[in-house]
Design a protein around this ligand. Structure first.
Ligand code: AHG
Ligand code: MN
Ligand code: MN
Length: 358
C-alpha cells in the first residue's frame, strides 16, 4: 500500500459523505476555485516571461491601480466558475458590481462566491509571494435572482473559505468548517495533496506583523501593543519579539497558521473616510474563518470579525488576527481605552479623542 497523501478531491469526497443528500455542487465550487488557482500558479511561476508583470493601466473600484495579473486573475476566477452553474453570484475586489447569474440560470447555483483574485499585488513585479483568497456563502433559498445585499452576510455564515499561496511552492489552504487544512500542489501530477492536515495556530507567540510606516496614524491601543513588543524583555512583556511584514496578507496569514504570531492592519486615522485598509467580505472574513478554525482569533480590534454585519460589498475594516492570547490582549487594550472615556461622552467622539491624545 502506497503511503501518499490524499488529494483535494479525495478530501472533499470524504467530507461529503457526512451529507448523504448533498448534490456535489459545493465540491464543484471548491474544485473550480482550485483549478483557477492552479492556472494562476503557472502564470505566476513564469514571471516576466508570461508578459504579466506591470500595471494594466486601469483603476479598480477601490481607487487602486490594477496590475495585469489582477485583471487576469479576476478573469480566471469568473470564467472558471461561470460555466459550472454552481454559483449564482460572484463578488470580486476588482469589480464594482458583482457578477450575477442570468435569471434563466437561477435554479443552477446554491452558492455565492466572494474573492480577492490576487492578494499582495505590489509583490508581483518584485517576484515575491502573492495569493488568491475566497469565501463561499449560501445563496438565498427559493431560486430567486441575486441582489448585492445577498452578499452582506456575517463571516460566521461562510460555508467554506480558503486561499491559494503562490510561494516557493503553491499551496491551497481550506476550511469547510471542520478545521483548517493545507494542500501542496504537486506540479507533475497537477494535484493538490493534503500535506498539512489540521493546522493549529500556537496560542502564544513572539512575532508580530504590521506596516510600521503608518505608526503616526495608529490609535492608542495599537500603539501601546506595538510599543510593548518593541520594549522586549526590558518592558512589561518581559520577552523579545520578532517582526515580519510581507505586504501580502495571504503570505502573512500562512506564516501565522504555520508558526503563530499576530497580524495587524488596524483602523487608523490616515484616511478618515476609510475605517481600515482590508476588505471585510473577501479578505478579512475568509482569513478570519481559516484562523479561527485553526484555534486562533480574528477581530476588528473591538469585535470578533466573523460577527460583523457587513454594510457594503467593498467595506473596509480594521483587522487583527493570529495567536489567540495576543489578539485577546489587543482587544483588551481597545476595551481599556473605551473605559477611559467619560461615561457621558458620546461614542462617536471616540476617534476624535484618540486622535487628540495620540
Ligand atoms: P491587494 O493586493 O489585494 O490590494 O491586497 C494587499 C493588502 C494585503 O495583502 C497586505 O497585507 C496589505 O494590503 C499591504 O498594504 P501596505 O502596502 O499598506 O503595507
Ligand atoms: Mn488583498
Ligand atoms: Mn487583490
Amino acid at each position: 500500500m502506497l503511503n501518499q497523501p490524499i488529494t483535494l478531491t479525495q478530501y472533499l469526497i470524504e467530507e461529503r459523505r457526512r451529507f448523504p443528500l448533498a448534490s456535489g455542487s459545493f465540491n464543484s465550487v471548491v474544485l473550480a476555485v482550485a483549478l483557477a488557482c492552479k492556472a494562476l500558479s503557472r502564470k505566476v511561476a513564469y514571471g516576466v516571461l508570461a508578459g504579466l508583470h506591470g500595471q494594466a493601466g486601469s483603476v479598480n473600484v477601490q481607487g487602486e491601480s490594477q496590475y495585469k495579473l489582477d485583471v487576469l486573475a479576476n478573469e480566471q476566477f469568473l470564467q472558471g466558475l461561470q460555466w459550472g452553474g454552481n454559483v449564482r453570484g460572484m463578488l470580486s475586489e476588482e469589480m464594482e458590481d458583482p457578477w450575477l447569474a442570468k435569471d434563466t440560470d437561477v435554479a443552477a447555483g446554491d452558492y455565492l462566491l466572494a474573492f480577492d483574485p490576487l492578494d499582495g499585488s505590489s509583490n508581483i513585479d518584485v517576484n515575491l509571494s502573492v495569493g488568491s483568497i475566497f469565501s463561499v456563502l449560501r445563496a438565498p433559498e427559493g431560486g430567486r435572482s441575486i441582489r448585492v445585499e445577498d452578499f452582506l452576510q456575517p463571516g460566521a455564515r461562510q460555508v467554506a473559505a480558503g486561499y491559494a499561496l503562490y510561494g516557493p511552492s503553491t499551496m491551497f489552504v481550506l476550511t469547510v468548517g471542520r478545521g483548517t487544512h493545507g494542500f501542496t500542489l504537486n506540479p507533475e501530477l497537477g494535484e493538490f495533496l493534503l500535506t498539512h492536515p489540521d493546522l493549529r495556530v500556537p496560542e502564544e507567540s513572539q512575532e508580530f506583523a504590521i506596516n510600521a510606516s503608518n505608526s503616526r496614524f495608529w490609535e492608542p491601543p495599537i500603539r501601546r501593543y506595538v510599543e510593548e513588543c518593541l520594549a522586549g524583555r526590558n518592558g512589561v512583556r518581559e520577552k523579545d519579539f520578532n517582526m515580519r511584514w510581507i505586504a501580502s496578507m495571504v503570505a502573512d496569514a500562512h506564516r501565522i497558521l504555520t508558526r503563530g504570531g499576530v497580524f495587524m492592519y488596524p483602523r487608523d486615522t490616515k484616511d478618515p473616510a476609510q475605517s481600515g485598509r482590508l476588505r471585510l467580505l473577501y479578505e478579512c472574513n475568509p482569513i478570519g474563518l481559516l484562523i479561527e478554525q485553526a484555534g486562533g482569533r480574528a477581530s476588528s480590534g473591538e469585535a470578533p470579525i466573523l460577527q460583523i454585519a457587513p454594510s457594503g460589498p467593498h467595506q473596509r475594516i480594521g483587522f487583527v488576527f493570529g495567536s489567540k492570547q495576543e489578539v485577546e490582549r489587543i482587544e483588551r487594550y481597545h476595551r481599556e481605552r473605551v473605559d477611559e472615556v467619560e461615561p457621558d461622552t458620546p461614542l462617536f467622539n471616540r476617534r476624535g479623542l484618540f486622535r487628540s491624545m495620540g
